[in-house]
Design a binder for this molecule. Structure first.
Ligand SMILES: [Zn+2]
Length: 291
């Protein structure tokens, strides 16, 4: 089967059901509130979703992915905390990409708390989270290491069973696995890992949430989508009459693109090319690739 027909068969299980916009502040559960940052863009979709997770008695709260350091956004997050007469006791990030983490220092400074992230980024001043359950002042989060989108990516399962998925799973479209920090082998493995997690919804870093039924289908779709892309690159390289450079593979697959989508497509294609190289499916000659 040609890769075009593989792609034609791939259907996003969210179909046309996706809302065109999402509310600025939304109650996810008794324990969690989502606050949308006003930083929409082609890379951040509707903007970054910041999550406030409360302890059972609301005395403590943690913030996951504080997002950009925009005053209106930090005010919105803090008023969600103030409404419950709660106190921020820690700041977590799903990963350190700037659209998720830039406001970390501001919250750390204001609340005199620590920031927590994957052990790979402890050099940046973060306390390390361990895989498994972690407790910060009675706010319980299960930490699931999900490298792939970035090497420092983690997902958090809160006490209501809502999975804060960062950029591992997005509310719309598929995620970028950007070479060299992003790694396709790890990404596919981390997608497979979610099959064993008992969640009731996926709360993404960007875009609308999804229930478990659709969520599991989206995870499967993400896996098939990556595999189709790998097959398409392999096909492009094998049909070419000469070795192809990365930019040639990108334009063969995507056609004409503009920034920042061109950057994303190039970094994603490079991740797939390095996957194919690592699996001995293609080889490299200088800056070009061949079977
Ligand atoms: Zn990211």
């Amino acid at each position: 089967m040609s890769s075009d027909s593989i792609f034609a068969k791939l259907e996003d299980p969210r179909g046309l059901d996706l809302p065109s916009s999402i509310p600025k502040v939304e109650t996810v559960s008794e324990a969690a509130v989502r606050v949308l940052a006003p930083n929409p863009s082609p890379m951040t979709l509707d903007g970054t979703n910041t999550y406030v997770i409360f302890s059972k008695d609301y005395s403590s709260a943690v913030v996951i992915d504080p997002g950009p350091p925009m005053k209106s956004h930090i005010d919105a997050v803090e008023s969600v905390v103030a409404e419950k007469s709660s106190t921020i006791k820690g700041v977590f990030v799903t990963h350190t990409h700037i659209d998720h983490s830039e406001a970390v220092m501001e919250l750390v400074r204001r609340w005199k708390v620590k920031a927590y992230a994957h052990p790979n980024v402890s050099y940046m001043g973060y306390e390390s989270v361990d895989e498994g359950r972690s407790l910060t002042n009675e706010v319980s989060l299960e930490v699931i290491f999900t490298p792939g989108h970035s090497s420092d990516h983690v997902c958090f399962l809160d006490q209501s069973g809502d999975l804060i998925s960062g950029d591992h799973i997005l509310g719309r479209g598929t995620t970028v696995v950007a070479y060299p920090d992003g790694d396709l082998d790890s990404y596919l493995e981390s997608l497979g890992k979610l099959a064993k997690v008992d969640y009731r919804s996926i709360q993404p870093g960007h875009g609308p949430a999804m229930g478990k039924d659709i969520g599991q289908k989206v995870v499967d779709y993400y896996i098939s989508h990556r595999k189709a892309r790998i097959a398409q690159i392999l096909e492009t390289v094998s049909l070419a009459e000469r070795p192809l450079e990365l930019s040639e593979i990108v334009s063969a697959i995507y056609g004409e693109l503009r920034e920042p989508i061109l950057w994303a497509a190039t970094a994603t294609t490079q991740a797939a090319v390095s996957y194919l190289l690592a699996h001995d499916e293609i080889s490299q000659q200088g800056a070009a690739y061949l079977l």
